[in-house]
Design a protein around this ligand. Sequence first.
Ligand SMILES: [Zn+2]
Length: 349
Amino acid sequence: MAISDAFHIYDTTLRDGAQQEGLNLSVHDKLTIARHLDDLGVGFIEGGWPGANPKDTEFFKLATKELKLKNATFVAFGATRRANTKAADDVLLRALAESGAPVVTLVAKSHDRHVELALKTDLQENLAMIKDSIKFLRQGGQRVFLDAEHFFDGYRANPAYALEVVRVAAEAGADVIALCDTNGGMLPDELSDVVAKVISDSSARIGIHCHNDTGCAIANSLAAVAAGASHVQGTLNGYGERTGNADLISIIANLQLKKKQEVLPAGALEEAFRIAHAVAEVTNVSPSARQPYVGVSAFAHKAGLHASAIKVDPSLYQHENPESVGNDMRMLVSEMAGRASIEIKSSQL
Ligand SMILES: [Zn+2]
Protein backbone atom coordinates (compact mmCIF):
# COMPACT_ATOMS: atom_id res chain seq x y z
CA MET A 1 0.00 0.00 0.00
CA ALA A 2 1.36 3.42 -0.94
CA ILE A 3 2.07 5.63 2.03
CA SER A 4 0.93 9.23 1.94
CA ASP A 5 3.70 11.75 1.37
CA ALA A 6 2.05 14.17 3.81
CA PHE A 7 4.05 12.83 6.76
CA HIS A 8 7.37 11.01 6.56
CA ILE A 9 8.63 8.26 8.84
CA TYR A 10 12.31 8.14 7.89
CA ASP A 11 14.56 5.36 9.16
CA THR A 12 18.34 5.75 9.43
CA THR A 13 19.17 2.48 11.24
CA LEU A 14 21.44 1.37 8.39
CA ARG A 15 23.45 4.61 8.41
CA ASP A 16 23.27 6.55 11.70
CA GLY A 17 22.18 3.50 13.73
CA ALA A 18 25.15 1.51 12.44
CA GLN A 19 27.43 4.09 14.12
CA GLN A 20 26.62 2.50 17.49
CA GLU A 21 29.65 1.20 19.36
CA GLY A 22 29.93 -2.57 18.94
CA LEU A 23 27.30 -2.79 16.20
CA ASN A 24 28.63 -4.12 12.91
CA LEU A 25 26.47 -4.91 9.91
CA SER A 26 27.43 -6.94 6.86
CA VAL A 27 25.84 -6.20 3.48
CA HIS A 28 23.61 -9.24 4.04
CA ASP A 29 22.58 -7.92 7.50
CA LYS A 30 21.68 -4.58 5.96
CA LEU A 31 19.48 -6.24 3.33
CA THR A 32 17.72 -8.27 6.03
CA ILE A 33 17.10 -5.20 8.19
CA ALA A 34 15.82 -3.25 5.18
CA ARG A 35 13.21 -5.98 4.59
CA HIS A 36 12.09 -5.76 8.24
CA LEU A 37 11.86 -1.96 8.03
CA ASP A 38 9.77 -2.25 4.89
CA ASP A 39 7.47 -4.73 6.69
CA LEU A 40 7.08 -2.21 9.50
CA GLY A 41 5.91 0.25 6.86
CA VAL A 42 8.37 3.13 7.23
CA GLY A 43 8.28 5.56 4.30
CA PHE A 44 12.04 5.92 3.80
CA ILE A 45 15.05 3.70 4.44
CA GLU A 46 18.41 5.46 4.44
CA GLY A 47 20.79 2.75 3.28
CA GLY A 48 24.20 4.33 3.79
CA TRP A 49 26.77 6.40 1.96
CA PRO A 50 27.53 4.89 -1.47
CA GLY A 51 30.84 6.05 -2.86
CA ALA A 52 32.35 6.87 0.54
CA ASN A 53 32.16 3.37 1.98
CA PRO A 54 32.74 0.26 -0.20
CA LYS A 55 30.28 -1.81 1.85
CA ASP A 56 27.56 0.78 1.24
CA THR A 57 28.38 0.94 -2.48
CA GLU A 58 27.97 -2.85 -2.63
CA PHE A 59 24.77 -2.63 -0.57
CA PHE A 60 23.16 -0.16 -2.98
CA LYS A 61 24.16 -2.29 -5.95
CA LEU A 62 22.50 -5.37 -4.42
CA ALA A 63 19.53 -3.50 -2.94
CA THR A 64 18.46 -1.97 -6.25
CA LYS A 65 18.55 -5.47 -7.80
CA GLU A 66 17.29 -7.71 -5.00
CA LEU A 67 15.01 -5.71 -2.73
CA LYS A 68 11.40 -5.42 -3.73
CA LEU A 69 10.10 -2.83 -1.30
CA LYS A 70 6.35 -2.65 -0.87
CA ASN A 71 6.19 0.41 1.39
CA ALA A 72 9.51 2.20 1.64
CA THR A 73 11.60 4.32 -0.69
CA PHE A 74 15.37 3.89 -0.67
CA VAL A 75 17.57 6.83 0.27
CA ALA A 76 21.28 7.35 -0.32
CA PHE A 77 23.13 9.58 2.14
CA GLY A 78 26.05 11.86 1.37
CA ALA A 79 27.51 15.32 1.79
CA THR A 80 27.42 18.53 -0.20
CA ARG A 81 30.25 19.09 -2.72
CA ARG A 82 33.71 19.99 -1.48
CA ALA A 83 34.61 23.67 -1.20
CA ASN A 84 35.75 25.50 -4.33
CA THR A 85 34.93 22.69 -6.77
CA LYS A 86 32.13 22.06 -9.25
CA ALA A 87 29.30 19.74 -8.15
CA ALA A 88 29.56 17.78 -11.43
CA ASP A 89 33.27 17.13 -10.72
CA ASP A 90 32.70 15.85 -7.19
CA VAL A 91 33.30 12.09 -7.15
CA LEU A 92 31.11 11.51 -4.10
CA LEU A 93 28.19 13.50 -5.46
CA ARG A 94 28.43 11.57 -8.71
CA ALA A 95 28.33 8.30 -6.75
CA LEU A 96 25.06 9.49 -5.13
CA ALA A 97 23.62 10.35 -8.53
CA GLU A 98 24.60 6.89 -9.80
CA SER A 99 23.44 5.00 -6.69
CA GLY A 100 20.03 4.11 -8.14
CA ALA A 101 18.34 5.62 -5.05
CA PRO A 102 15.33 7.77 -5.91
CA VAL A 103 16.05 10.03 -2.92
CA VAL A 104 19.33 11.48 -1.68
CA THR A 105 19.79 13.04 1.74
CA LEU A 106 22.66 15.50 1.82
CA VAL A 107 24.21 16.52 5.09
CA ALA A 108 25.22 20.19 5.24
CA LYS A 109 26.64 22.54 7.81
CA SER A 110 24.24 25.07 9.32
CA HIS A 111 26.35 26.20 12.28
CA ASP A 112 28.74 29.04 11.39
CA ARG A 113 31.55 27.80 13.65
CA HIS A 114 31.44 24.37 12.02
CA VAL A 115 31.68 25.93 8.56
CA GLU A 116 34.77 27.86 9.55
CA LEU A 117 36.49 25.39 11.89
CA ALA A 118 35.47 21.93 10.63
CA LEU A 119 34.79 22.58 6.95
CA LYS A 120 37.50 25.28 6.79
CA THR A 121 35.64 27.45 4.32
CA ASP A 122 33.62 30.67 4.49
CA LEU A 123 29.92 31.10 5.12
CA GLN A 124 29.06 32.14 1.56
CA GLU A 125 30.89 29.18 0.01
CA ASN A 126 28.99 26.78 2.29
CA LEU A 127 25.71 28.22 0.98
CA ALA A 128 26.96 27.81 -2.60
CA MET A 129 27.95 24.19 -1.84
CA ILE A 130 24.41 23.48 -0.59
CA LYS A 131 22.77 25.16 -3.57
CA ASP A 132 24.98 23.57 -6.25
CA SER A 133 24.79 20.06 -4.77
CA ILE A 134 21.00 20.07 -4.49
CA LYS A 135 20.62 21.45 -8.02
CA PHE A 136 23.05 18.88 -9.43
CA LEU A 137 21.07 15.94 -7.99
CA ARG A 138 17.69 17.48 -8.84
CA GLN A 139 18.78 17.85 -12.47
CA GLY A 140 19.41 14.10 -12.54
CA GLY A 141 15.81 13.52 -11.41
CA GLN A 142 16.46 12.58 -7.78
CA ARG A 143 14.46 13.89 -4.88
CA VAL A 144 16.70 15.66 -2.35
CA PHE A 145 16.38 16.04 1.41
CA LEU A 146 18.83 18.13 3.42
CA ASP A 147 20.10 17.22 6.90
CA ALA A 148 21.02 20.55 8.49
CA GLU A 149 23.74 19.37 10.85
CA HIS A 150 24.09 21.02 14.29
CA PHE A 151 21.06 23.13 13.38
CA PHE A 152 19.93 23.92 16.93
CA ASP A 153 23.41 24.83 18.21
CA GLY A 154 23.87 26.85 15.02
CA TYR A 155 20.57 28.64 15.50
CA ARG A 156 21.56 29.57 19.04
CA ALA A 157 24.89 31.00 17.83
CA ASN A 158 23.79 32.67 14.60
CA PRO A 159 20.05 32.36 13.86
CA ALA A 160 20.20 34.43 10.67
CA TYR A 161 22.78 32.08 9.13
CA ALA A 162 20.96 28.90 10.19
CA LEU A 163 17.75 30.26 8.62
CA GLU A 164 19.68 31.23 5.49
CA VAL A 165 20.76 27.59 5.10
CA VAL A 166 17.09 26.53 5.20
CA ARG A 167 16.12 29.23 2.70
CA VAL A 168 18.90 28.41 0.23
CA ALA A 169 18.23 24.66 0.41
CA ALA A 170 14.49 25.08 -0.16
CA GLU A 171 15.05 27.47 -3.04
CA ALA A 172 17.51 25.05 -4.67
CA GLY A 173 14.85 22.32 -4.62
CA ALA A 174 15.27 20.34 -1.39
CA ASP A 175 11.95 18.72 -0.48
CA VAL A 176 12.74 18.38 3.22
CA ILE A 177 15.07 20.29 5.47
CA ALA A 178 15.67 18.11 8.51
CA LEU A 179 16.84 20.07 11.53
CA CYS A 180 19.43 17.94 13.31
CA ASP A 181 20.24 17.96 17.00
CA THR A 182 23.55 16.36 16.10
CA ASN A 183 25.11 16.61 19.56
CA GLY A 184 21.83 15.60 21.19
CA GLY A 185 21.95 18.36 23.78
CA MET A 186 18.50 19.89 23.31
CA LEU A 187 15.48 19.85 25.61
CA PRO A 188 11.91 19.80 24.26
CA ASP A 189 10.85 23.37 25.15
CA GLU A 190 13.69 25.21 23.40
CA LEU A 191 13.73 22.78 20.47
CA SER A 192 10.00 23.26 19.97
CA ASP A 193 10.41 27.08 19.94
CA VAL A 194 13.16 26.86 17.30
CA VAL A 195 11.15 24.50 15.06
CA ALA A 196 8.15 26.84 15.29
CA LYS A 197 10.33 29.85 14.38
CA VAL A 198 11.84 28.03 11.36
CA ILE A 199 8.38 27.01 10.17
CA SER A 200 7.07 30.58 10.54
CA ASP A 201 10.08 31.83 8.52
CA SER A 202 9.95 29.26 5.72
CA SER A 203 7.43 27.44 3.58
CA ALA A 204 9.81 24.45 3.29
CA ARG A 205 8.86 21.08 4.70
CA ILE A 206 10.70 20.77 8.00
CA GLY A 207 11.97 17.49 9.44
CA ILE A 208 13.58 16.52 12.73
CA HIS A 209 16.59 14.32 13.54
CA CYS A 210 17.37 13.84 17.25
CA HIS A 211 20.05 12.13 19.31
CA ASN A 212 19.44 10.98 22.86
CA ASP A 213 22.26 12.63 24.85
CA THR A 214 19.79 14.38 27.18
CA GLY A 215 17.50 11.33 27.30
CA CYS A 216 15.00 13.44 25.33
CA ALA A 217 15.36 12.19 21.73
CA ILE A 218 11.83 10.80 21.57
CA ALA A 219 10.33 13.75 23.45
CA ASN A 220 12.24 16.20 21.26
CA SER A 221 11.03 14.46 18.08
CA LEU A 222 7.43 14.58 19.27
CA ALA A 223 7.81 18.24 20.32
CA ALA A 224 9.06 19.05 16.81
CA VAL A 225 6.08 17.24 15.24
CA ALA A 226 3.72 19.14 17.54
CA ALA A 227 5.41 22.36 16.40
CA GLY A 228 4.75 21.47 12.75
CA ALA A 229 7.55 19.18 11.53
CA SER A 230 6.17 16.63 9.08
CA HIS A 231 9.20 14.39 8.61
CA VAL A 232 10.70 12.51 11.54
CA GLN A 233 13.94 10.56 11.52
CA GLY A 234 15.02 7.84 13.90
CA THR A 235 16.41 4.34 14.20
CA LEU A 236 14.98 0.96 15.16
CA ASN A 237 15.47 0.33 18.88
CA GLY A 238 17.19 3.73 19.15
CA TYR A 239 20.50 2.41 17.83
CA GLY A 240 23.14 5.09 17.26
CA GLU A 241 26.38 6.66 18.34
CA ARG A 242 26.92 7.56 22.03
CA THR A 243 23.50 7.31 23.71
CA GLY A 244 21.72 6.57 20.46
CA ASN A 245 19.22 8.15 18.10
CA ALA A 246 15.51 8.65 18.68
CA ASP A 247 13.80 5.23 18.83
CA LEU A 248 11.51 5.18 15.81
CA ILE A 249 9.25 2.53 17.34
CA SER A 250 8.35 4.73 20.32
CA ILE A 251 7.86 7.73 18.06
CA ILE A 252 5.55 5.77 15.76
CA ALA A 253 3.59 4.18 18.63
CA ASN A 254 3.19 7.55 20.35
CA LEU A 255 2.00 9.23 17.16
CA GLN A 256 -0.46 6.47 16.31
CA LEU A 257 -1.76 5.52 19.74
CA LYS A 258 -1.57 8.82 21.64
CA LYS A 259 -1.96 11.39 18.87
CA LYS A 260 -4.22 9.27 16.63
CA GLN A 261 -2.00 10.09 13.65
CA GLU A 262 -1.83 7.13 11.26
CA VAL A 263 1.76 7.04 10.04
CA LEU A 264 2.07 3.34 9.14
CA PRO A 265 -0.03 1.20 6.79
CA ALA A 266 -3.07 -0.36 8.49
CA GLY A 267 -2.17 -3.27 10.77
CA ALA A 268 1.60 -2.65 10.66
CA LEU A 269 2.01 -1.34 14.21
CA GLU A 270 0.97 -4.79 15.55
CA GLU A 271 4.20 -6.10 13.97
CA ALA A 272 6.40 -3.70 16.00
CA PHE A 273 7.32 -6.19 18.76
CA ARG A 274 8.21 -8.93 16.28
CA ILE A 275 10.24 -6.59 14.07
CA ALA A 276 12.10 -4.88 16.94
CA HIS A 277 13.26 -8.30 18.15
CA ALA A 278 13.99 -9.64 14.66
CA VAL A 279 16.23 -6.63 14.01
CA ALA A 280 17.95 -7.13 17.38
CA GLU A 281 18.75 -10.71 16.27
CA VAL A 282 20.52 -9.30 13.22
CA THR A 283 22.40 -6.52 15.04
CA ASN A 284 23.35 -8.92 17.83
CA VAL A 285 22.62 -6.17 20.37
CA SER A 286 20.63 -7.49 23.35
CA PRO A 287 17.19 -5.88 23.31
CA SER A 288 16.37 -3.76 26.35
CA ALA A 289 13.64 -5.43 28.41
CA ARG A 290 12.55 -1.95 29.49
CA GLN A 291 12.24 -0.49 25.98
CA PRO A 292 8.91 1.38 25.81
CA TYR A 293 6.12 -0.52 24.03
CA VAL A 294 8.20 -3.45 22.73
CA GLY A 295 10.44 -4.42 25.66
CA VAL A 296 9.53 -7.77 27.23
CA SER A 297 8.94 -5.95 30.54
CA ALA A 298 6.91 -3.12 28.98
CA PHE A 299 3.67 -4.78 30.11
CA ALA A 300 4.96 -7.03 32.93
CA HIS A 301 3.40 -6.70 36.38
CA LYS A 302 4.99 -7.74 39.64
CA ALA A 303 3.02 -6.05 42.42
CA GLY A 304 0.10 -8.06 43.80
CA LEU A 305 -1.94 -4.88 44.18
CA HIS A 306 -1.62 -4.16 40.47
CA ALA A 307 -2.60 -7.73 39.59
CA SER A 308 -5.82 -7.57 41.57
CA ALA A 309 -6.85 -4.41 39.69
CA ILE A 310 -5.72 -5.83 36.33
CA LYS A 311 -7.94 -8.85 36.94
CA VAL A 312 -10.91 -6.46 36.96
CA ASP A 313 -9.72 -4.25 34.09
CA PRO A 314 -6.19 -4.37 32.52
CA SER A 315 -6.37 -0.68 31.58
CA LEU A 316 -6.22 0.25 35.28
CA TYR A 317 -2.47 -0.43 35.30
CA GLN A 318 -1.55 -0.34 31.58
CA HIS A 319 -1.27 2.80 29.48
CA GLU A 320 -2.14 0.90 26.28
CA ASN A 321 -3.29 -2.51 25.17
CA PRO A 322 -0.02 -4.48 24.64
CA GLU A 323 -1.54 -6.14 21.57
CA SER A 324 -1.57 -2.76 19.80
CA VAL A 325 2.19 -3.21 19.28
CA GLY A 326 2.18 -7.00 19.22
CA ASN A 327 3.41 -7.32 22.83
CA ASP A 328 1.86 -9.36 25.67
CA MET A 329 0.91 -8.67 29.26
CA ARG A 330 2.96 -10.82 31.62
CA MET A 331 2.22 -11.54 35.24
CA LEU A 332 5.33 -12.02 37.37
CA VAL A 333 5.17 -14.30 40.36
CA SER A 334 7.40 -13.33 43.28
CA GLU A 335 7.22 -12.57 46.98
CA MET A 336 5.26 -9.47 45.95
CA ALA A 337 2.55 -11.53 44.25
CA GLY A 338 -0.94 -11.82 45.64
CA ARG A 339 -3.86 -14.13 44.97
CA ALA A 340 -4.77 -12.32 41.70
CA SER A 341 -1.21 -12.64 40.37
CA ILE A 342 -1.37 -16.42 40.79
CA GLU A 343 -4.85 -16.62 39.31
CA ILE A 344 -3.93 -14.63 36.21
CA LYS A 345 -0.65 -16.50 35.80
CA SER A 346 -2.33 -19.90 36.10
CA SER A 347 -5.01 -18.91 33.59
CA GLN A 348 -2.23 -17.98 31.15
CA LEU A 349 -0.47 -21.32 31.59
ZN1 LIG B 1 22.62 11.79 13.48
